[in-house]
Design a protein around this ligand. Sequence first.
Ligand code: BGC
Ligand code: BGC
Length: 648
Amino acid sequence: MKRPALKLSLSLLLLAGCAPTAILPPAAVEASAGRAHAVLDPAMEARIAGMVAGMTLEQKVGQITQPDVRNITPDEVRQYYIGTVLNGGGAWPDNDKRSTVAEWAAWADAYADAAMATDMAVKIPLLWGTDAVHGHNNVSGATIFPHNIGLGAANDPALIERIGRATARQVRATGITWAFAPTLAVGENRRWGRTYESWSSDPALVRRYGEAMVRGLQGDLTGDGDVLATAKHYLGDGGTFNGVDQGQTRATREDLLTRHGAGYHGALDAGVQTVMISYSSWYDAGTGQDHGKMHGNRDLIAGHLKGDLGFDGLVVSDWNGIEQVAGCAKDHCPQAVNAGIDVFMVPEDWRAFIANTVADVREGRVSEARIDDAVTRILRVKMRSGLFDRPASASVLTGRADVLDARALAREAVRKSVVLLKNDNAALPLQRGRKVLVVGASADSLSNQTGGWSLTWQGTENANADFATGQTLLSALRETLGADNVAWSIDGAGVDVSQFDAVVAVLGETPYAEYNGDVRYPAPVQHSLQHPADLAALQAVSGKGVPVVTVLYSGRPAYANDLINLSDAFVAAFLPGTEGGGGLADVLVGGAHDFTGRLSFAWPGSACSTGEGAGQIVQFARGYGLSYARAAPVGRLPLPATPATCES
Ligand code: BGC
Ligand code: BGC
């Protein structure tokens, strides 16, 4: 029997208990063409095949099943041979929001240990996924970075890679090794409640960032500070009609694959190991054919992603995403298995899913070969990430509270991601030693500053103290300018503005995630309509002869010409995270740091302009952004009447 020497030595390594892991040859990376280029390791594949051959059908189906930890005990993980779990937004150890990193790590360990206590001949380690989408955002005490919309404005892939590294370390501190990030959506319509999860409407930027973030998160996959990344949500999540979350993306195949697919090319180049499917559906604008929900799209999952693009990692479904496929239920969807999904996020109804899927195979609706392929991919990803060699918690970072601290990096990211839209009459920078009046409810709200996916899924129900770390802009201004020089009034009512040298109005959206953040067509999208108290606060202080500097926290480019006209200076700060206060103070005060952020989405010039295409009124184009070095008067902006409805 012919056997290459290399293969033999790898097998010996395996026998010695040190499995080799896949590292991409540098040459392959350089020759990148937007597709996967990992080379299958024959020894690893042989080992996996042996394991799969030794598994019962129930064990295999357990391996592809992903419950939410809130709905399964460690002992059930053992009993049902569960392969992966997730903690959904707002799931914490003992249901305690302020759990310590040690408690998180102990929680993860309890589940990991249970998976190693099955009665299987070969034990399979558990993989745990978490939504670390702007830092390890479910964990109190973890620095939370700006949401992606702000990072896009920084236009700095090296910064993104460093944020990926820091986030991965935070995740490893809690004993977890899989991040459900990055989101590679090319956001098209600012009605969409997930606009802030998108870096940009520019596919080229999304591609560069996708590559950088995956490199940052994954490192070489096996280091103590490395986690698996997830390219999500495949495909077309950012392109839904009217910006409806989980809606229908109308695009030609070419447009879908190149524009919405751009981020995947970057992520695959960087060796991303997991891809999450989008809730959205695809309508082919070229042929007029409705292809239905992506979770059932065999052509794009098995065909394009795994076939054309050569993706050999695992594909995971989104939270109950299978139930939206025509003919499917939350706990039963042979179509999705056959479409090529490998891991099924069935957070609640995992028991029934296992029973139904086993029956699907026994009764021929799903082939056992398809299940074997899914299990093979899951084991491959686990093996490549070193889980078979060392338990997740063996990282030197596990349990270390100090690793959650990435404040300096986050503050730098804030400075680089805020965009100066207007600075007339040199209202900025604020001068030290002067008296400043701060107005607006967002000035002292870490909740508005961090947005959705912060401690809880929606980012609501969070008091400042819940974050355990972080600084509001009010606090940062007090620190920088001296507490005696800073007064605060939420609504500015009855304040004698003439007693101050400057006003800082901190306005903001209140937190939301996913569909809860949609502004449904045909409602106009205008910050002052959605948040009238912000307009009132600004009106109370504007036009009193004292310069007004407005800072806006928003998850979308929000039409705000009325607010901008009431302000001398206007800063789009997006959702800057726990270090938003300090980072903003760095650029607002003294002028030591200049503004370098540039819009990564066009900023609208009317309440019914929700995109960037033909017929849309754009106030500030993508790429726009002033600085101290590059001043330009903005003057009075037009105020097109906002209709009661955008329906034409
Ligand atoms: C979101 C995903 C997320 C998952 C798990 C879904 O609702 O669309 O982005 O990873 O939940 O929390
Ligand atoms: C979970 C989130 C998830 C969402 C989907 C929530 O209960 O905590 O992680 O994305 O449900 O609907």
